[in-house]
Design a protein around this ligand. Structure first.
Ligand code: ACO
Ligand SMILES: O=CC(=O)O
Ligand code: MG
Length: 537
């Protein structure tokens, strides 16, 4: 067996801490990222919190069963004292106080440099929705993060273009994978380690002290939480981690994505659990829509075409209004979500449309009281900054707008009144879902977790909506606008036609098999990334 060569299995068992096994190949970044000390820390996290994580995942399944049996989610009675109590989250650190524009993107080297240089206040470096978690992407992504923190990150494109960090860069915030995912290339005591603990643990271990030395801190976005108990688990992880490396509790700051329907009923409880570490909530609209469809997929509600579920339909408005109110009541930042329109440097018409649509979206958010927002592309940074500048001026945020009016106006029950006035299911919508899903999963299996399709940003969250709709429309025999039911035959026909348009695309057959598995099986698969990960090489 060759030593130190790309693609050869890891063969340094002597240096690995007891109980840890690496099944992925050795990579150029392995020696600096997968150090015995860092792995011992990750194993410590896994041993301490792995069982609680599993218990919470079982609890998710149990709650889902109760909802499928007709139980309606609502505010929790036993946490009333939290909602009625007088408490606030910790003050924001200086480099997280002005978050008027945050750019997001995968932990890919060139994109990270572009994002950090983009002029945005924050860069959310993503190991989640925007990243296909190949072993290489994950390990190299950690190396990129280490280099970004130390400002040594550089890149030369195949065309010879040099990329270096500018003097002033965005504040770095990292999003680890959600609780449902594992990292199968690292076993702790024979079991795959949690993807969340792996991503968080490596980033924190390698960078916490360095970030503090440089006047920043270990900052995180936490995805896909379904309850305040999952926030409590993160808080416990943070305390363990801070004690382990000897930095004060409360140094970590976390912004939680409210991107599941169940978390929307527990926004204040989530902030409360994390109050010494909480930096805000984010309205993660795409996973949120997916979660609404998923949790109520077997009910008598049929969601219309994806394009019709906009931020202004009543249940989405209720969600964002309550989010701003919950944050500002507790002194936390409210961060808006991602408008999926992607600008084009080649097509002026596409570019103009994207800028107009993003401007409108950001005007709604800034007008509603959000303190900042997400953009998916550097060319959208000035657009969002311009809109938020008009509302914020010199102020770093608008947390002083308490939005007390929301309490009289929006009732929590409105979160699950999914009626979309005038909503329809159309053949164009079904075709779009099929085509987007095929193209996205083909890209994901090829190692790209965020792609532009039909001039929109697609990532794991938007793709979840597409396949969830197809599953639901089939199960429910949804009627298309023209009266035809959406049957298996129609699905097969549209899929054949859409595949023909994509002929020659890499991984198309594998994507089609995956699509069938997700759409045709009687059981709704919890996340598309679970079966997809089994196929990811
Ligand atoms: C639901 C959610 O979770 S939203 C958050 C997760 N999703 C994301 O983060 C998606 C982020 N966005 C992206 O990944 C990309 O914008 C895409 C894939 C949608 C489109 O990317 P491309 O097709 O490369 O766009 P385009 O060709 O216009 O890029 C122009 C330049 O901008 C760069 N760029 C584009 N998006 C980004 C970004 N988000 N961050 C940094 N740089 C970017 C490109 O790398 C390219 O750089 P170069 O000129 O130095 O080569
Ligand atoms: O993570 C963000 C979302 O919209 O989903
Ligand atoms: Mg998401």
């Amino acid at each position: 067996m060759a030593d130190n060569a790309l693609g050869t299995p890891w063969r340094k068992p002597m240096t690995l801490p007891k109980g840890i096994e690496i099944t992925g190949p050795k990579l150029p970044a392995s020696d600096s990222v997968l150090t015995p000390e860092a792995l011992a820390f990750v194993a410590g996290l896994q041993r301490e919190f792995g069982a609680v994580r599993k218990g919470l995942l079982q609890r998710r399944a149990e709650v889902a069963r109760r909802i499928a049996a007709g139980e309606k989610p609502g505010l929790l009675e036993h946490t009333r004292f939290i909602r009625e109590g007088d408490w606030r989250v910790a003050p924001a650190p200086p480099d997280l106080d002005d978050r008027r524009t945050e750019i997001t993107g995968p932990v890919e080297r060139k994109m990270m440099i572009n994002a950090l240089n983009s002029g945005a206040k924050v860069f959310m470096a993503d190991c989640e929705d925007a990243l296909s978690p190949t072993w290489e992407n994950i390990v190299q992504g950690q190396q990129n993060l280490m280099d970004a923190v130390r400002r040594t990150i550089g890149f030369t494109s195949p065309e010879g273009k040099e990329y270096r960090l500018a003097e002033k860069t965005a504040t770095l915030v990292v999003r680890p994978r959600g609780w449902h995912l594992t990292e199968r290339h690292v076993l702790v005591d024979g079991e795959p380690v949690s993807g969340s603990l792996f991503d968080f643990g490596l980033y924190f271990f390698h960078n916490a002290h360095e970030l503090l030395k440089r006047g920043s801190g270990p900052y995180f976005y936490l995805p896909k939480l379904e309850s305040h108990l999952e926030a409590r688990l993160w808080n416990d992880v943070f305390n363990f981690a801070q004690d382990y490396v000897g930095i004060p509790r409360g140094t970590i700051r976390a912004t939680v994505l409210i991107e599941t329907i169940l978390a929307a009923f527990e926004m204040e409880e989530i902030l409360y659990e994390l109050r010494d570490h909480a930096a805000g909530l984010n309205a993660g609209r795409w996973d949120y829509i997916f979660s609404c469809i998923k949790k109520f997929a077997t009910e008598d509600v049929i969601f219309p075409d994806r394009v019709q579920i906009t931020m202004t339909v009543p249940f989405m408005r209720a969600y964002t209004e309550l989010l701003v109110r919950s944050c500002h009541k507790r002194g936390a930042h409210a961060i808006g979500g991602m408008a999926a329109f992607i600008p084009s440097r080649k097509d002026p018409e596409v570019n103009e449309r994207a800028i107009a649509a993003v401007t409108k979206d950001k005007e709604r958010e800034s007008g509603d009281g959000f303190d900042g927002t997400w953009v998916a592309h550097p060319d959208l940074v000035p657009v969002a900054i311009g809109v938020f500048d008009k509302v914020l001026g010199e102020k770093p945020n608008q947390k002083d707008r308490l939005r007390e009016d929301v309490e009289g106006k929006v009732r929590p029950e409105q979160l699950i009144d999914f009626n979309v006035p005038g909503g329809t299911v159309t053949e164009a919508g079904a075709r779009n879902n099929i085509s987007v899903e095929l193209q996205y999963m083909a890209a994901w299996l090829g190692g790209s977790g965020a792609v532009a399709i039909f001039n929109l940003m697609e990532d794991a969250a938007t793709a979840e909506i597409s396949r969830a709709q197809l599953w639901q429309w089939l199960r429910k025999g949804a009627r298309l606008e023209d009266g035809r039911p959406f049957t298996r035959e129609l699905y097969e026909q549209l899929k054949r036609e859409e595949m023909a348009k994509l002929a020659g695309m890499k991984n198309l057959e594998a994507a089609a098999q995956l699509l069938d598995e997700l759409v045709l099986q009687p059981e709704f698969r919890e996340f598309l990334t679970l079966p997809a990960y089994e196929r990811l090489s």
